[in-house]
Design a protein around this ligand. Sequence first.
Ligand code: PMP
Length: 397
Amino acid sequence: MFEVLPQLSPDPILGLSAAFKQDTNPNKIDLGVGVYKDEQGNTPILSAVAKAQQVLLERETSKTYITPQGVQGFIDGMLSLILGDKSPVMLADRVAAVQAPGGCGSLRILAELLTRVNKDTKVWVSDPTWANHIPLIGNAGLAIETYPYFDKASASIRFDAMLDALKKVEKGDVVLLHGCCHNPTGADLTHEQWQAVMEVAKEREFLPFVDIAYQGFGDGIEEDAYGVRLLCENLPEVIIAASCSKNFGLYRERVGLAAIVTADTKTKSIAQAQIQNVARGIYSMPPSYGGALVDIILSDVALKQEWQSEVNEMRNRMRTLRSLLVDKLSEYGAQKDFSFVNQQKGMFSFLCISPEQVQKMRSEHSVYFVDSSRVNIAGISLSNVDDMAKAMVSVIN
Ligand code: PMP
């Protein structure tokens, strides 16, 4: 039967990893896949997570099914992390939420929920956006449109163009926004720009869909939630997909949260039952393990503090690497000014060089990153930053 299916070309990022593995250059550098790495190039288990695993090992007495919504302590902990301790929408009992398999699972079940509301819903995504947004949302059957976001020539957000586009979005349309650490560009909205987006959302009555996958990697755990909190506190409805892959380092455990801020408590109950019903028809209920770990961490003062300082350490390391890269590029004589890299947030940076230059980085210098010029900042290290900067200078000058 399956011979009727077309052969698919390899996924560009996974293809890049395969090419990296095959490269025999001992000084090769991998800046492709979006996974945090330490100075040695490892993606370690956070120490707060390792301790939580011990607690869970002793505490867990059964592997029977958990509830359809997932681990309730996880949901409560994540909602206060994202929305704040004294969130007005939480106090007003307006938030439906479920644990989901990763940020991807959350994006997908929310997209499915939107099709139940209206199968002709349009979802506006930034140009560019994380490549997987398109299949995750589009395969649910929703139409995808783009709004302008980033200008490669000036390495900055095209905010006027973005706002103009949002002013034409129709009532009931959905606008996907990156809560922080925009993937792939690393370019985030300022507080004033979030305010302007919120006002347009209010006026046009579109639904903001916030994807927050890097909370804590930009300016701080609290600071990175500024935009999503502003929207939730000022609009009747917002939907949120959050991921614990990066900030808890729980990638393979697949831990995410799908939340729906509704206009009132009655609608919250409807949304809660509907989102559980959507999940029931796809994977029935989420795996408990990763959510149980996050619950243990967030509900224990000492473990939470330990986790916060580990997040701070990851963020600070990436910031240091950004500024080191910028300094080294100028030290080795780059004709282009790369100081914009210091303004970008989180794990990714768009270096704003051409696909041909990116390919040369790969073929001539064994430095691997995607053609868009997105690099994983955490793949840089004190030991490879000189090679990386020299390679860049020779390719771009
Ligand atoms: N959203 C964005 C913008 C991401 O970059 C990612 C991870 N690359 C995710 C969501 C989801 O990640 P996961 O499913 O691994 O939690």
